[in-house]
Structure formats: C-alpha cells, structure tokens
Design a protein around this ligand. Structure first.
Ligand code: C5P
Length: 241
C-alpha cells in the first residue's frame, strides 16, 4: 500500500537521532541546519537538559521528535503529552501496551495543548514491541504470541485509539501499512545506508528499503552523527533517495 507521505520529499522525512550530550547536540544541529528537517531528542538528552533543548532546536528551525515513550495512567499521560506539545514537540511517543484509554488520553492532551499554544497537533506515535525484545522476553512478561502477532495486535489498538501511528522496525512496515492504512505515520529506526556499520542494530534495512516497505519517516542516528562530516553524510543519504 502506498503511503500518503510520498508527496513529501524523502529528505524531509529523515529524522536524525541526537543520542549524545548537549554540546555535541548543538554542534550537530549547527552542521545540519538548513539540510535536515527533523531531529530526535530521546530520554538521555531530555532528562539532562529538560524542555530547553527542545526550545533551542525549534529556534534553529528544526522539527523535533521528542521520544520519551510515555507509559502511565491515562491522567498522567494526558498531562505529559500536553506538556511535551507545549514545549514544541512535533512528534511524541508512548507505549501501546499502556492500552487504548492511555493512548486516547495522550491524543487528548496533545490536541488540547496545541489549541492552547496555537501549535499544530504533533504526530502521536506508539511503540508496539521494543526491537530489543524477542519471543522469550515476551513470554517472560506473560505474552504468549510471536513478536509479529503482538505487533499486529497492538497496532490495531493504536488505530482504535485514534493516534497518528507507530514506531516500528522496517521489517514490520509493510504489514503495518496494510493494518493502519495510507495516512498513518510509520516511523522506522534500524536504518543503515548500504555499507554502513550496523552498530548494535540487528534487523536493518537501507533508507530506500524502509520507505519502499511503507515507512513514512526513517530515524538514522550514528551513520550521520558519528560521521566525520555529518552534513555530508546526511546529504549522501538524501541524494541516494
Ligand atoms: O544510531 P542509530 O541509527 O542506531 O539510532 C537509532 C535511534 O532510534 C536511536 O535513537 C534509538 O534509540 C532509536 N530506536 C531504535 N529502535 C527502536 C526504537 C528506537 O533504534 N525500536
């Protein structure tokens, strides 16, 4: 199934993951300014620096994917989602295992805060099964399904909750596109340009493969951030697409 994001240039759908300290994050932002559209701020950077990091990146003109993976009672998650939206996040995450009510609460918080601050409503994404988990880990927590089946079950719940989409492995993107339809965000990490170091990622796809499988956006960290010239590495990937 073709995604409705295909009309947006691929380079505007590459999210660069800043998994580093604040000095390096600013250094990377300076190098990528005017080239990359999206930067991803995860828990390490956020918990050390707070909303200021989001403001600073927004001021430099980036869209910010704030990846804090909410999982709490609905009331808390509604508040967290509203706060993240108020900080200026353009994309935020939660765990689908929090359930439909929790995901609905996240959506509600995002819509409310966006109206309050005059911002666009951010994309609200759920993590289905962490890519670090295998069947044995699922069994450990009482889930007796294959990873693929559990991903499909949780994807159905995201649809019911009315959130924007999911974060998923590129290997799951095609099936998720079938389940979620053309409008859904399907954001895939685990992306490696042909010939790049895999690092600790085991199930990888190239940027072109991930988009062809139905990803709306791809997340790339180290192949760009640890390159000698991050801007050139970004440009090479964008050009390849
Ligand atoms: O450096 P690399 O390209 O592997 O970075 C991928 C980014 O995507 C990291 O920020 C990582 O936390 C994130 N991520 C992932 N796998 C998931 C979810 C998020 O690699 N399932």
């Amino acid at each position: 199934m073709v995604s409705s994001f295909e009309s947006i240039p691929a380079r505007e759908r590459i999210i660069v993951a800043l998994d580093c300290g604040i000095d390096e994050a600013f250094d990377l932002a300076d190098q990528l300014q005017g080239k990359a559209t999206w930067l991803k701020v995860g828990m390490t950077l956020f918990y050390a620096n707070g909303p200021a990091i989001v403001y600073a990146l927004k001021e430099r003109g980036f869209k910010v994917f704030l990846d804090l993976k909410f999982h709490d009672i609905p009331h808390q998650v509604e508040g967290a989602s509203a706060s993240a939206t108020g900080n200026g996040a353009d994309m935020l995450t939660m765990h689908a295992v929090g359930g439909v009510d929790m995901m609905r609460a996240a959506q509600k918080g995002a819509v409310r805060a966006a109206a309050e601050y005059g911002f666009d409503v951010p994309a609200t994404l759920a993590i289905t099964v962490l890519t670090s988990m295998d069947e044995e880990n699922l069994e450990e927590i009482g889930v007796n399904r294959t990873v693929a089946d559990q991903v499909a079950v949780l994807a159905e719940l995201t649809k019911e909750a009315g959130i924007s989409g999911v974060v998923a492995s590129p290997k799951e993107a095609a099936e998720l596109r079938e389940i979620l339809g053309p409008e859904a965000y399907i954001v895939t990490p685990g992306v490696r340009p042909a010939g790049a170091e895999r690092g600790d990622q085991s199930r990888v796809a190239t940027p072109a493969e991930a988009f062809a499988a139905g990803a709306s956006h791809i997340v790339i960290g180290r192949p760009i951030t640890q390159a000698d010239d991050p801007a050139a590495a970004f440009e090479r990937i964008a050009a390849e697409l």
